[in-house]
Write a protein that binds this ligand. Structure first.
Ligand code: SPQ
Length: 431
């Protein structure tokens, strides 16, 4: 346990920072770079615990992966050369590693067992196991493969035409990776579009992939080709400081090279609709991913309603949006976010608990939260629930309180933003 006491921050959030590389893209760069024959160089890789689990998995399958800080060099003999890992693969806390790797391992010609920590062992895997079984995959696991640990007996898979029943990029990605090794075509249709990094990056690595609206098709016709890749800053990490600066008076913050993929920018739409003072500049595109700089200044925020198709575009930002809503005038209503119940922790319950402890007026619902603002937060001892996004939300809350806030355990922050507290100190240093 690593407890942290945060003193009140009286003046604004001021400065310029570059957040670490995007977690979703970093995982996928390791996976695709390991499947492609040749040398892949990844720059601005997220050196966080979850992405390192994905690195370890491919090292265990014989891929040479060298790391120098945020630069990764992969030398791979291609997918055909991957070897059976001799020990079970430990995926720690990482849902992305687990679900994407289940899809990939299902079609590789060897046996693998996978497991994770207590949180990961409670998260549902049937959402990937069920469609993969339809593709001829063979699994054994706790509760008939619904939960980790799971053993995977690689099979010759066959293509599938699948309509996603859950709003999940991880499920879509698992099926796409399985489709790379399946006979025939694999086609996936989503009712609501989720983050599209897997399909975009598969295109950059030369896969035979086609995107038509909300439908993605892939065939196993051509092997992937190695390519260099730059990982933009993680908008989900930037979101904490964007929200803090939007609501804390006298703030002026510049965030450099933040990923602006439209399937991820729901947080920016919300900030603008609430009345935040935000501009985007220096937009660039590399490897199919857009990124740019965001400048934000404090403003008067109004409550809004958040529901429907925007939810997958900001699902990981809902904890920090809920905190932001405590600083907006009126009633913010968040709906259609039932997926939050099955993240690293039940994020609806965790957010409601933490914000209530700090004196906010917040009500959890089955699929979201109702928050009444504007509230001056109190101090108190809060729980992180061993969830990085809850711990970082708790830290930003200290900007809106005149009393000390104690977070019971901040170790989970290393999952997605190892330098979070250094950056936080730097932009609040005048206090
Ligand atoms: O990897 P993990 O633990 O699932 O990470 C989270 C997060 O908050 O960092 C969710 F808890 O992000 C997911 C995200 O919620 C990352 C992700 C991806 O990279 O494909 C997709 C989303 O999950 P899902 O279940 O909607 O597919």
């Amino acid at each position: 346990m690593s407890e942290l006491k945060l003193t009140p921050k009286t003046s604004g959030i001021i400065g310029e920072i570059e957040v670490p590389g995007d977690k979703s893209i970093s995982h996928r760069a390791i996976i695709l770079g390991s499947l492609a024959k040749g040398k892949t160089k990844i720059r601005h890789f997220l050196n966080g615990e979850d992405c390192l689990r994905t690195v370890d998995a491919f090292r265990a399958m014989g891929v040479t992966i060298e790391q120098d800080g945020e630069t990764i060099i992969i030398n791979s003999e291609g997918a055909d050369a991957l070897e059976e890992p001799i020990i079970p693969l430990n995926f720690g806390n990482s849902g992305t590693t687990t679900r994407l790797m289940i899809g990939l391992l299902a079609g590789l010609p060897f046996f693998t067992t996978i497991f994770g920590d207590a949180s990961l062992s409670k998260r549902p895997m049937d959402r990937v196991v069920n469609p993969l079984v339809e593709m001829n995959a063979a699994f054994t696991g706790r509760e008939e493969g619904r939960l980790l640990p799971i053993a995977i007996e690689g099979q010759q898979l066959k293509g599938i035409d699948y309509i996603l029943p859950v709003k999940s990029a991880q499920v879509k990605s698992a099926i796409l990776l399985a489709g790379l090794f399946a006979e025939g075509k694999t086609k996936i249709t989503e009712k609501t579009k989720t983050r599209n990094h897997t399909e975009t990056m598969l295109g950059a690595f030369g896969a035979d992939i086609n995107v038509d609206g909300n439908t993605v098709s892939i065939s196993n016709k051509q092997p992937l080709s190695a390519t260099d890749f730059y990982v933009p800053g993680d908008i989900s990490s930037a979101a904490f400081f964007l929200a803090g600066a939007a609501a804390k008076s006298n703030s002026h913050l510049v965030l450099k090279n933040v990923g602006l993929n439209p399937t991820r920018t729901g947080i920016l739409d919300v900030l603008i609709e609430m009345g935040a003072n935000l501009t985007i500049h220096n937009e660039k595109k590399v490897g199919g991913e857009i990124f740019g700089d965001i400048t934000i200044q404090s403003g008067d925020l109004q409550a809004i309603e958040i529901s429907g198709d925007i939810i997958p575009r900001l699902i990981d930002e809902i904890p920090i949006i809920a905190l932001l809503a405590t600083q907006a005038s009126g009633k913010t209503i968040i709906r259609d976010a039932e997926e939050l119940r099955v993240k690293e922790t039940d994020r609806i319950a965790a957010v409601a608990d933490v914000l209530s402890t700090l004196g906010a007026n917040v009500t959890p619902t089955d699929d979201g939260l109702i928050i009444e603002g504007k509230t001056k937060l109190t101090g108190g001892k809060i729980k992180s629930y061993n969830d990085h996004r809850i711990a970082m939300m708790g830290a930003i809350a200290s900007v809106f309180s005149d009393e000390e806030i104690i977070i019971d355990d901040i170790s989970s922050v290393a999952i997605s933003y190892p330098n979070f507290f250094t950056d936080f100190e730097n932009i609040t240093a005048r206090n």
